[in-house]
Design a protein around this ligand. Structure first.
Ligand code: ZN
Length: 240
């Protein structure tokens, strides 16, 4: 009796597929599977804690390794950014981290306000959109490097994910101590981003870090300006 692999359709006559190594019969999910999966996520060898450690100690090299050599060591970058943003959002709601930092001067409803409120409530997706803007500036500033736009996006997913976790840590400390710390957190976030992106492109050149910082600032600025422009256009269209 010949069966085909459930993963790649190759004919399988043994316990494992000769082409892709997928087992011929999947074991049923049981307690071991659950424990194994939890251990994998928290694993210091792979998993999310390992990813955080590697991206903190040596971001440039680890992200380059992910792009060029091994994609199994770190967790998936887009998922990482969304999960990190989600963690921030949960703690932000719990501790009201952003209270007293972002105040909307007039309470008149406008499309621009709605857009910024959406950003505030959906950091996961907003960060990905912001990464598109920052990525364009990075691609422009580092156009002599081999990395394409999508590889730069992967870099940004990792770096911005750690950025969100930095804000989370500062936010938790602020929530527990009542000391206003988010501005300090933002500065640490900026330093980390500049350091990580600069190191990724060329860790020996000062210019690399300068370009990283400006790409990040310009990316945020153009992202905000686009949001304001879109909001204004919507408002003007509705009002007439
Ligand atoms: Zn197969």
């Amino acid at each position: 009796m010949v069966e085909n692999c459930k993963n790649c359709e190759t004919e399988v006559t043994q316990n494992y597929c000769p082409n892709c190594g997928h087992p011929a019969i999947l074991k049923r999910i049981d307690g071991h599977y659950i424990l194994h999966e939890i251990r994998n996520v928290l694993n210091f060898e792979k998993g999310i804690l390992f990813t955080i450690r590697e991206l903190t100690i040596n971001p440039g090299k680890n992200i380059k390794d992910f792009l060029n050599e091994n994609r199994n060591r770190l967790v998936k970058p887009i998922v990482f950014l969304i999960v990190a943003s989600l963690i921030y959002t949960v703690f932000n709601n719990f501790f009201n981290i952003e209270d007293g930092y972002i105040n909307y001067s007039d309470n008149k409803e406008s499309a621009t306000l709605t857009i910024f409120k959406w950003v505030q409530g959906n950091y996961g997706y907003a960060n990905i959109i912001m990464a598109l803007f920052i990525g364009l500036w990075l691609k422009l500033f580092f156009r002599k490097h081999q990395y394409n736009f999508f590889e730069i996006l992967i870099l940004l997913c990792f770096v911005m994910g750690i950025g969100m976790l930095i804000y989370t840590v500062f936010g938790i400390v602020q929530g527990l101590t009542d000391i206003k710390l988010m501005q300090a957190g933002a500065i640490v976030g900026f330093i980390y981003t500049t350091y990580a992106v600069g190191q990724f492109f060329d860790k020996r050149k000062l210019l690399s870090y300068v370009k990283a910082l400006f790409a990040y600032l310009l990316g945020m600025l153009t992202f905000s300006l686009s949001a304001i422009a879109i909001g204004t256009i919507i408002d003007l269209t509705i009002q007439k």
